[in-house]
Design a protein around this ligand. Sequence first.
Ligand code: ATP
Ligand code: MG
Length: 426
Amino acid sequence: MANNIQAIRGMHDVLPEQAPLWQYAEHIIRDVLGAYGYSEIRLPIVEKTELFKRSIGEVTDIVEKEMYTFEDRNGDSLTLRPEGTAGCLRACLEHGLLHNQVHRLWYYGPMYRHERPQKGRYRQFFQLGVEAYGMAGPDIDVELILMIDRLWKKLGIRDKVRLQLNSLGTIAERALYRETLVSYFQGHLDQLDEDSLRRLATNPLRILDTKNPAMKEVVANAPELMAYLGDDSRNHFNMLTATLDDLGISYELNSRLVRGLDYYGKTVFEWVTDELGAQGTVCAGGRYDSLIEQLGGKANHAVGFAMGMERLLALVEMLDTVPVARPVDVYMIRVGEKAEKEGLRFAETIREEIPGLKLQVNCGGGSFKSQFKKADKIGAEYAIILGDDEVSRGEVGIKSLRHEQEQQTLSQPQAIAFFKEHLQSR
Ligand code: ATP
Ligand code: MG
């Protein structure tokens, strides 16, 4: 067929065979977030463009070239959210949630950036976002890191990721550092690429974040921001690292870690992996107290992180065993008019009696043989077999599809007892 409509480049379907992996990870994520008392917040996917310009900053990759921005029918400029921090803070300010309160929040869903699609980099991708408001830290910074570490452990990928830490200090401290950095780079203009030359005037710290291998040396020799931190920033960072040492959480100091977004200050961190090629950052976050005032709120505290789900799942998929639930436990085979009717009724009784059991009833008829084939293909553990003979005797056949066992004939209550014993505990 010509002219089939296809999905947008960089925006992927999650097919039914991939969905269990997503559900598995999502389930563990919810459990871990719950274990620390975090609450879910659900936010719109579209926001006013202004929100992202004001929060993320005009001279960032996201705002300069990655946003999906459009005019709606009223002529308002709207944008598909490229990240969740701005929208989450917007919602909390709008609903007065930050007034003399402390909040620990999470959200989950798709984000949109017009980037060049490649492995681990898409135009629609999913993020788990976590934001904690009203706490000056560094204890809450530690809590976030502990929570992420627990998640790695639960998912079995702790040995695949490394924590990198840096402090960006305050806006004033960064301004001081910025001058030194600019004059350093001005002495090495011949080693800067086009992007970096442009950033030298707009956002020089971002040069440190370059992914261009040719600039490795000039960046490695650049002055370090740490030396420009004041007492408060320095104490904050020292307390953070001392607590992590106490707790046995290992980390690397990375003075080149500046994060892409303008709103960070003090603590910033990334969890990186060597197993996904160039797209090595799985989770990134930090403190962004100043964004609250920037969006019109009263001075307050905020720290958070975002985790890229596709990159996370790519790591989980590398494990030998990912315990993924099968979609169907029991498949019901019905042959004959009476069996079709009685089968539907009995299936409802089973669902009533055994919560959690996944029972699929054959629809669309077919011989015993063809229905058995379908049961096998879907991966069911057992088949229940109903022919008109079984129905007239109030019985059903039960056959294991995974083990060599004779088909048994049981009464309907016996069949329910059998499934309760063999399947319910899982
Ligand atoms: P990168 O340096 O890889 O572009 P970033 O600094 O733009 O990342 P953040 O805005 O901090 O990323 O987003 C947090 C996380 O979301 C990233 O660490 C990554 O795991 C994931 N992420 C970001 N952009 C994409 C994308 N286009 N496709 C898939 N995952 C992404
Ligand atoms: Mg990016």
